[in-house]
Ligand binder design. Structure first.
Ligand SMILES: C[S@@+](CC[C@H](N)C(=O)[O-])C[C@H]1O[C@@H](n2cnc3c(N)ncnc32)[C@H](O)[C@@H]1O
Length: 245
């Protein structure tokens, strides 16, 4: 009698543990190679070229609507440069500086800008987001897309972004959110079967999602960076947007 009761109890507990694990958000884990070099850089470029409409265009559209005081833009962690290129095409009067830690990414970004006919509008620089080689108050707009999760202590980059922002300028950051297990699994499945990501692209996406922040961690990072008044918004349940004026 007792045995027949204990068996379903065990099953129930296994089921509730499985359900709980689906909703669990794992602790933040940095990517294995925070700067994308070699094959990682090439595959990232390929992925963005194919899925530009989904990955980068929404960000470029949002950024393009902002009023910029001095028409000087800094793109931190530019990667293959598609955000800088998109903004340059929409705003031929902007001067854009694009920085990335990876020399491979910068080489790809330069080539992309040349192919797209906007190379003379964008200066590409190899450098670290947490030690920006620029003066205080230099840029009317500081942007960063899918990049903050690469930084061990995101507040270090926020301090720098805020420092180089013009007094009347803005910082506009969009980055991946760390997802609960069920959603991470679904997004990887969708990316594999619908977006046709290859193994390397799936690995990069998987690691990125594990390295992101969750919504309620963002205000704490702003506080650590000693920044007041930033607006944080959820974007389609996938990303967060941080806007500092
Ligand atoms: C996921 S990619 C995003 C590229 C681009 N912003 C986009 O949206 O297409 C992140 C980029 O950040 C760069 N990165 C990582 N750590 C960095 C750091 N400390 N300083 C500057 N760039 C960094 C990587 O090399 C990579 O090119």
């Amino acid at each position: 009698m007792l045995k027949s009761i204990s068996f379903p109890m065990k099953q129930r507990s296994a089921l509730s543990q499985t359900i709980a694990s689906l909703f669990r958000v794992l602790p933040r884990k940095l990517e294995s190679h925070p700067d994308h070099v070699g094959v990682e850089a090439e595959e990232y470029n390929r992925m963005v070229k194919v899925h530009y409409w989904l990955l980068n265009r929404p960000f470029i559209q949002m950024v393009s609507k902002l009023e910029i005081c001095n028409k000087k833009v800094l793109d931190i962690g530019t990667g293959p440069g598609w955000n800088s290129i998109g903004i340059a095409k929409r705003h031929p009067d902007y001067k854009i500086t694009a920085i990335d830690l990876s020399p491979d990414m910068i080489a790809i970004a330069k080539k992309n800008a040349e192919d797209e006919g906007v190379a003379d509008q964008i200066s590409f620089i190899v450098g670290d987001a947490t030690k920006l080689p620029f003066e205080d108050n230099e840029f009317g707009l500081v942007i960063s897309h899918f990049m903050l999760h690469h930084i061990d202590h995101p507040e270090d980059m926020l301090v720098e972004a805020n420092r180089v922002k013009h007094q009347e300028g803005q910082v506009f950051i969009k980055d991946l959110l760390r997802q609960p297990n069920w959603k991470k699994g679904f997004l990887l499945w969708f990316s594999k079967y619908f977006l046709r990501y290859n193994e390397e692209q799936l690995r990069e996406y998987d690691e990125s999602m594990g390295a992101g922040l969750v919504m309620n961690e963002v205000p704490g990072k702003l506080k650590k960076a000693n920044i007041e008044g930033g607006r944080v918004k959820n974007f389609r349940g996938l990303d967060f947007i941080l806007h500092l004026k």
